[in-house]
Design a protein around this ligand. Structure first.
Ligand SMILES: Cc1cc2nc3c(=O)[nH]c(=O)nc-3n(C[C@H](O)[C@H](O)[C@H](O)COP(=O)(O)OP(=O)(O)OC[C@H]3O[C@@H](n4cnc5c(N)ncnc54)[C@H](O)[C@@H]3O)c2cc1C
Length: 405
């Protein structure tokens, strides 16, 4: 088997893997990304970027590129199917806390080409498509990766490996790291339409509670303005995937969600259905192998924390790995990556995304009313509103992580 020595190998050319590679390349470190697919993937996935993420990506020029094609969302809504608008959150109250007091909507598959193009400008960076990792083993000195490159298997050896190969991570499995947590019984369906719901009073992002079928609404940029309206809903376990993926199903869901304000059928542009998990890897580091992004943690999409926290992992991890490689810093610093990012994922991302889901699907009328009252109270003055938004915009999660030593 052909054997090639590498310095750092990143497994997976998703947003987290590409960002890790870009950060290493910027610091002069030779890096190889191996990706199973023949090209960057395009599908309906994450699309909300929170202020700390935009701040982190700002110094490397990624935020500017995202802002050129994304939609700034300074207001978002908490709604209820029966009661209508509960609260409209105005993020300008965070103006002293962040340079970016808004959410930015941009499809994940429009971020990855930005990262890839930047990465490819470094001669010491390479991205190998259609080369899935098959196996990984490690000794004290190096990691050995077996890669399927079609004509024959290839062996790469590397000093360090970052597993950014998504929720089903082969890297995590090869390291025998438990993915602790659970899978929700219901699937989620994502669908989008050109039908504009802004004239019906919807902000570009709204979460609508409903004991039968809650909805998360997002206006997404798509290829050009005015973009598309995307909706995520839970799917009744009795309904098959085939049925969920029909325009009839999507139209029925849109009509119910818009509560009598939509009578005619509307054009459906995309539909998908997927399983949702709450899981965190027991370890984010095993000697010379580090996990980041979905390979380390997965959560339901309510609150838009998944990819944001993957980007926070990438920035935290690469800052430390650069120190280890370029300045011979003690590798103990990589355990700090695990302590910071794992604890904040458990305390914050898992906890808040689960709470968000439970609140949106709450069936007890009195608990629902208590929540509406709480939201109105939090929005009633600037101090309380800021407190609420510091959590929902992930600013507090970053501050918490940075305090961990
Ligand atoms: C179906 C789906 C829908 C989602 N919808 C939402 C949403 O609506 N909102 C939200 O906030 N989040 C959503 N998420 C979560 C969000 O997309 C992830 O948090 C984000 O993609 C994480 O990025 P990543 O780079 O860690 O992993 P990924 O984006 O999964 O990238 C992993 C990469 O690794 C590659 N890979 C996998 N195995 C191998 C291998 N053996 N060898 C080489 N390469 C490999 C994959 O092809 C892929 O390119 C969704 C996730 C999924 C799976």
């Amino acid at each position: 088997m052909k054997e090639i020595k590498k310095n750092v190998v990143v497994v997976g050319a998703g947003p987290v893997g590409l960002l890790c590679a870009l950060q290493l390349a910027k610091n002069g470190i030779p890096v190889t990304v191996i990706e199973a697919e023949p090209e960057l993937t395009i599908d309906l996935r994450a699309g909300t970027f929170h202020p700390p993420t935009l701040e982190m990506l700002d110094p490397i020029g990624v935020t500017d590129a995202m802002m050129e094609i994304g939609i700034q969302v300074p207001h978002w809504q908490s709604r209820d199917l029966e009661e209508g608008l509960i609260v409209e959150w105005d993020m300008s109250v965070l103006a002293n806390d962040t340079k970016y007091p808004f959410r930015l909507h941009l499809e994940q598959h429009r971020l990855t080409p930005i990262l890839l193009k930047m990465l490819q400008s470094y001669p010491h960076a390479e991205v190998l498509f259609s080369q899935p990792l098959l196996e990984l083993t490690q000794t004290d000195d190096e990691v050995s990766l077996t890669v399927d490159n079609h004509s024959e298997n290839l062996r790469l050896t590397a000093k360090w490996v970052i597993g950014a190969d998504g929720g089903k991570s082969i890297v995590r499995k090869a390291c025998n790291i438990e993915f602790e947590g659970y899978t929700w019984p219901e699937r989620y369906s994502v669908m989008s339409t050109t039908f504009d719901i802004a004239p019906l009073g919807y902000a570009d992002n709204a979460y609508m509670s409903d004991p039968i079928q809650w909805v998360a609404f997002f206006r997404m940029p798509d290829k050009a303005p005015p973009g598309l309206w995307r909706m995520t809903v839970p799917v009744d376990p009795e309904i098959s995937d085939d049925e969920v993926l029909t325009p009839q199903y999507a139209n029925q869901v849109y009509k119910r969600a818009l509560n009598g304000q939509l009578l005619q059928d509307i054009p459906i542009v995309h539909q998908s259905v997927y399983r949702v998990h709450q899981r965190v890897a027991q370890q984010f580091r095993k000697h010379r192998v580090l996990l980041a992004g979905d390979s380390a943690h997965v959560n339901n999409p309510l609150g838009g924390f998944g990819l944001n926290s993957g980007i926070h992992d990438a920035m935290n991890l690469t800052e430390k790995l650069v120190q280890v490689i370029n300045t011979d810093a003690n590798t103990e610093i990589l355990n700090l990556y695990e302590r910071q990012r794992k604890s904040v994922n458990l305390q914050y991302v898992q906890d808040f995304s689960i709470k968000n889901k439970k609140q949106l699907e709450e069936k007890d009328p009195s608990i629902r009313q208590e929540r509406f009252a709480y939201l109105r109270k939090m929005n009633s003055n600037k101090v309380l509103r800021r407190e609420y938004l510091l959590n929902s915009s992930m600013i507090n999660s970053i501050q918490t992580a940075n305090l961990i030593t």
